[in-house]
Design a protein around this ligand. Sequence first.
Ligand SMILES: [Zn+2]
Length: 324
Amino acid sequence: MRTSYAVGVDVGGTRIAAGLVERKGRIVKDNKTLTPKAGPFAVVDAVIELVEEVSAGVHSSEIAGIGIGLPAQIDFLRQSIEFCTNLPLAGVDVRALVMSRIRHQVTLDNDGNLAAFGEYRYGAAKGARDFAMITLGTGVGGGLFVNGEPYRGSRGLGGEVGHMVVQMDGPPCPCGGTGHIESYLGRAALAVEGQKAAAAHRGRQILEEAGGEVSAITAEHVVLASHKGDEAATAILMNAGLVLGRALVGIVNVLNPKLIVVGGGIGEACPFIVERAAQAIAEEALAGRRDVQVIPAELGNDAGLLGAAALAFDEHDSREGLHR
Ligand SMILES: [Zn+2]
């Protein structure tokens, strides 16, 4: 049967959003809640409650399924959560728990993969069969599309663009590694650079944004200061863009993507980073690949939710033998 709706859920470290989505990507009804801190079952309860709310009044035969994006390393084939840094979900069978209480098929995926899926189906990467998505937020996530399919790797763990090494023995990364893209472009890393600048009496505007308190400086303060013309703040973000661009040269050389889509809260607030990264790629990628476009994402905060719904539609259609 050709169903009309899917429910997409985007579970983040601070909030959970869910939406009832039409096949063409219109969000008919959505809702969100703060992510509970009382353990894995509270998170699962919150997900179920949101799914029930947004799908209330729609006949269950009209719903293709539920896609859930998690900030976790997910073995896609087994649908198991292997690692999850911000939430206590590793080893918890979220799929089975949700399916025991809601009579729909549930599919889990990594949030970066689903942001890429959302942009591919409904946003900036529509029609691009080969592209990379990178989301700059608290962490640095991402996803790869190769030949019109999400690239998942041998266990479904592939596409973690934010954890490519850009500097041997570089600064620590929250994942436990060192010198990864996230070590330079995660919110925490940008905040540290802002604090260093302020402590060295550069970046007066950065300090002012933080109310004069060096230790209170966040990545957002650096971004705001840069928008107001603060040179130290702009230099921090330009350097972040250069690091990102250099790292992406590797992806461009290996995969020859048509597009690189940059999203996430920091990515969207900072055209400097995107422009500087594009410039580094144009200067350094191997011949023939330099026409790759580096563009901002289009779906904002909804990318993960829409990607989760798109995944639920596709899983439904392949179970039913329907082809797009
Ligand atoms: Zn890392």
